[in-house]
Design a protein around this ligand. Structure first.
Ligand SMILES: *[C@@H]1O[C@H](CO)[C@@H](O)[C@H](O)[C@H]1NC(C)=O
Ligand SMILES: *[C@@H]1O[C@H](CO)[C@@H](O)[C@H](O)[C@H]1NC(C)=O
Ligand SMILES: *[C@@H]1O[C@H](CO)[C@@H](O)[C@H](O)[C@H]1NC(C)=O
Ligand SMILES: *[C@@H]1O[C@H](CO)[C@@H](O)[C@H](O)[C@H]1NC(C)=O
Ligand SMILES: *[C@@H]1O[C@H](CO)[C@@H](O)[C@H](O)[C@H]1NC(C)=O
Ligand SMILES: *[C@@H]1O[C@H](CO)[C@@H](O)[C@H](O)[C@H]1NC(C)=O
Ligand SMILES: *[C@@H]1O[C@H](CO)[C@@H](O)[C@H](O)[C@H]1NC(C)=O
Ligand SMILES: *[C@@H]1O[C@H](CO)[C@@H](O)[C@H](O)[C@H]1NC(C)=O
Ligand SMILES: *[C@@H]1O[C@H](CO)[C@@H](O)[C@H](O)[C@H]1NC(C)=O
Ligand SMILES: *[C@@H]1O[C@H](CO)[C@@H](O)[C@H](O)[C@H]1NC(C)=O
Ligand SMILES: *[C@@H]1O[C@H](CO)[C@@H](O)[C@H](O)[C@H]1NC(C)=O
Ligand SMILES: *[C@@H]1O[C@H](CO)[C@@H](O)[C@H](O)[C@H]1NC(C)=O
Length: 714
């Protein structure tokens, strides 16, 4: 609405009259009176609107904005009227009225009349009916922005040029339009205002359209609603916290606020000199950010003094939302450096760490130049693994050679202030056993029964580790019947030279040896007489760790732990006797099989009626006896066993060729012999045959029995 005050010559005439006529008391008017009665009126477009106002005092017009701009078409003529010319009249003439002139026209007294019961204003809503322009203010190409505030009524101002135009409200929504139906509660249609949404929600955010169809033509006007927001996303001070300044320097603080697109904020500062307005504060808005609203406020104090030190807080408010950021400002009188050890003068770390931070407690202002020395030489130049960071030296991939004296040199050259401090770094090394590195997964060792053995562990570590030997005897569980290998056992015994558990120990000796330039300890355990099976462990420990190496010590009475034997190659009709012996600590599932080659493929045949394997102290024996063999029993016999540790099946073969039977025959005939009395003689009978023939001696056709003075060896 716009006020049109009746001014100019006409008004002075009116005022003149007013002065002349004095009070207008006693009039019958209840207030300003319009020539058109009622609350609304319709005229056709391009017609002339005449509207007259009559009142007791001077008045002004309030007209739709579009009308107020119409300098040519609009005229307002004031006159004196009424009986005796005691009243004030004005006639508004709007030639060729247009649809966009639709709106409230009101006439209002400029001064309050005497009687308070009387109205001071009269209003009428005038529709300028134009079927070609159903919407008073159409926005067809560029939608009009409508603000939405949660909890507050929102109006989609698609006013119409005639009261009876049917308007529908639609919302653009993927995939199509959605019609919003006025229900008199959530959406209300008012032909003088548009669609009223008393409690708008997010559902109404977006592109809305008012539509009407007149004479088959569709007219629409568009609105873009957006929500007024109070979201402060972030408040930040651009400076580090705390801020350190020397007396007389300039303090400049930048507060940056990031707020949601539809948010406006108020920024204020709280600071020590606030009461005296010590700071100059400049707010700024950055329109370049298209994602969010960015506001700045810069606080500057020239020549800071001690009294300016303290907490500076940037406070940001948006409706009910509040956020702040703060920083502490220190003001120093003059430059200084103090340096101390963080804990002790001597520091310790462990070799192999990914990184170690060697740091000093430094207080200084302004920031001093920092140089690190290692054993008196510039550290970072000497080794690429050293990185200076603030008042710390970071050592990456800590190695033994990093041990040494480290010095931090701090200098403020302008102020001629120099400080230094030295710390000693010890690099500890976890114990390592070299034999472990050499053989990663050794097969269990077998030691011949009764042999003397020496076991050695070579150890390195910082500080020097101590070495001890431990004996874990095998737990031999005979109740497990078939398998009887060395299973681990909770029992363990720490050994010394006098120990009498397990095997007899001859000595335990320790000697230093320089290997690969390092001073290492070799500890040797000598077993005097190998009898008991188990595990010997050497354990090396120092304060940063311990390591152990297990040496399985399996005593065997079988050469190399696996042996097959054929007592005698049998002949047809004899018995085949094979024996297989394996170390019980290394093998299980022992069985005899027969290998036969058919069509160039070797087949394994199991042999039925095998006896049970017999387990003794060190080994398992499985004897195979085949009675009364025939030629078909010839073949490759193999003893098969499974290695407990590798799971591998091991075969040991024996070729058996059954000899055909052959009648005995003499290799040499006996010849006549002449023997002196008391002298002795040897009669040699060599015979062959399969099976081996039995030899019987006859003397004068009598079988000779064993007699004194006669020896018989067949
Ligand atoms: C009102 O509408 C007419 C066309 O009917 C147009 O020429 C005029 O510029 C509009 N006035 C305003 C203020 O938009
Ligand atoms: C508006 O004008 C049209 C055509 O000129 C007419 O049919 C209609 O009745 C008018 N509406 C009103 C409310 O006067
Ligand atoms: C503060 O921000 C403004 C604008 O980004 C920048 O021009 C000015 O240099 C900043 N001042 C400080 C002290 O960071
Ligand atoms: C200053 O900010 C820190 C976090 O940045 C906050 O923990 C602290 O409460 C704030 N101090 C004051 C006095 O608001
Ligand atoms: C360290 O400071 C002492 C005095 O505190 C000085 O004598 C010495 O030369 C300094 N060392 C180095 C390497 O600057
Ligand atoms: C031997 O093994 C059996 C079965 O695994 C178990 O029940 C028994 O306790 C074991 N005996 C010893 C002495 O370990
Ligand atoms: C060594 O053997 C003992 C006893 O069987 C066992 O407890 C330990 O874990 C083994 N250590 C290693 C490194 O294999
Ligand atoms: C068996 O192999 C040999 C040589 O490897 C070949 O000469 C012979 O023909 C093969 N016999 C059969 C039956 O495949
Ligand atoms: C197995 O045969 C061997 C001779 O070949 C014999 O000494 C041993 O006693 C036999 N063992 C068993 C358990 O029969
Ligand atoms: C041995 O086997 C043969 C035939 O294979 C049989 O005639 C003979 O009686 C058997 N001898 C014994 C002692 O069983
Ligand atoms: C042994 O004597 C017999 C009969 O005189 C004869 O047939 C045979 O060939 C002789 N054997 C040898 C090995 O001389
Ligand atoms: C006994 O006989 C051997 C040969 O058989 C002969 O060398 C030796 O001289 C004889 N001794 C006597 C005392 O006849």
């Amino acid at each position: 609405m716009f006020s049109w005050v009746v001014t100019g010559a006409a008004l002075s005439v009116l005022l003149g009259c007013l002065l002349l006529t004095g009070s207008s008391s006693g009039s019958k008017l209840k207030g300003p009176e319009l020539s058109l009665k009622g609350t609304q009126y319709v005229i056709q477009a391009d017609q002339t609107l005449y509207l007259k106002c009559r009142g007791e005092v001077a008045h002004s017009w309030s007209l739709p904005k579009t009308v107020s701009k119409e300098s040519k078409r609009l005229s307002i003529i004031t006159s004196v009227c009424g009986r005796n010319g005691k009243q004030f009249c004005s006639t508004l003439t709007l030639g060729r009225a247009q649809a966009n002139h639709t709106g409230y026209y009101s006439c209002r007294y400029l001064s309050t009349p005497v009687s308070k019961k009387k109205k001071t204003e009269s209003t009428i809503y005038i529709f300028i009916n134009d079927t070609g322009r159903p919407f008073v203010e159409p926005h067809s190409t560029m939608p009009e922005t409508v603000h939405m505030t949660e909890g507050q009524e929102m109006i989609i101002p698609c006013r119409v040029s005639a009261p009876d135009i049917m308007v529908t409200l639609k919302k653009f929504q993927i995939p199509d339009m959605k019609t919003l139906i006025p229900d008199g509660k959530t959406i209300i249609w008012d032909n003088k205002r548009g669609f009223i949404i008393p409690k708008p929600t997010y559902r109404f955010i977006g592109l809305l359209s008012c539509e009407t169809t007149i004479n088959g033509l569709l007219y629409s006007t568009n609105y873009l609603t957006y929500r007024q927001d109070n979201t402060i996303i972030d408040v930040q001070l651009s400076t580090p916290n705390p801020i350190k300044l020397l007396k007389g320097q300039t303090l400049a603080l930048n507060c940056t606020v990031t707020a949601a697109w539809n948010t406006r904020v108020q920024m204020t500062w709280n600071y020590p000199g606030e009461a005296n307005n010590r700071a100059s504060i400049t707010p700024r808005f950055d329109p370049s950010n298209s994602q969010a609203n960015v506001f700045y406020s810069t606080l500057i104090i020239d020549k800071v003094q001690s009294k300016d030190k303290g907490l500076y807080m940037c406070r940001v408010q948006s409706g009910p939302s509040f956020k702040s950021a703060n920083t502490t400002v220190h003001v120093y009188e003059k430059p200084f450096i103090t340096v101390k050890h963080r804990k002790q003068q001597v520091l310790e770390t462990i070799a192999g760490k990914r990184s170690y931070r060697l740091s000093m407690k430094v207080k200084a202002f302004p920031s001093p130049e920092v140089v690190w020395l290692k054993n008196g030489l510039p550290a970072t130049e000497k080794c690429a693994r050293y990185v200076a960071h603030g008042y710390s030296l970071i050592i990456k991939d800590v190695a033994e050679e990093d041990a040494g004296d480290y010095t931090i040199l701090l200098s403020l050259k302008k102020a001629k202030i120099f400080q230094n401090l030295t710390t000693t770094l010890i690099v500890n090394v976890k114990p390592q056993i070299y034999e472990k590195a050499v053989s990663s997964f050794p097969d269990p060792n077998l030691y011949p029964l009764g042999s003397q053995q020496s076991l050695t562990c070579t150890v390195y570590g910082v500080p020097q580790p101590t070495i001890k030997w431990i004996w874990h005897p095998c737990s031999q569980n005979y109740s497990k019947a078939r398998y009887d290998f060395c299973s681990s056992n909770d029992r363990s015994f720490t050994l010394d030279a006098d120990s009498n558990v397990g095997n007899r120990i001859q000595t335990i000796t320790q000697r230093m040896a320089i290997i690969e330039g390092k001073n290492k300890i070799a500890s040797t355990l000598v077993v005097a007489d190998s009898r008991a099976s188990g595990i010997y462990s050497c354990v090396a420990s120092n304060k940063v760790g311990h390591v152990e190496r297990n040496i399985s010590f399996y005593v065997t009475d079988v050469p190399k732990g696996f042996h097959v034997n054929l007592e005698k190659m049998p002949a047809e009709g004899e018995d085949l006797k094979l024996s297989c012996m394996v170390s019980k600590f290394l093998y299980r599932d022992i069985t005899w099989i027969l290998l036969r080659t058919v069509n160039n493929r070797t087949m394994h045949h199991s042999i039925s009626k095998q006896k049970m394997a017999v387990t003794k102290e060190y080994s398992i024996t499985l004897n195979l006896t085949i009675k009364n063999v025939s030629l078909e029993d010839s073949g490759t016999y193999a003893c098969r066993a499974r290695n407990i540790y590798t799971g591998e099946e091991i075969l040991q073969k024996k070729e058996v060729t059954i000899r055909d039977q052959e009648a005995p025959y003499l290799l040499r005939n006996l010849s006549d012999q002449i023997v002196a009395i008391s002298n002795s003689t040897t009669l040699d009978c060599q015979a062959k045959g399969v099976p081996e023939p039995q030899i019987t001696w006859f003397k004068n056709n009598h079988e000779i029995q064993q007699e004194p003075g006669c020896n018989f060896n067949s």
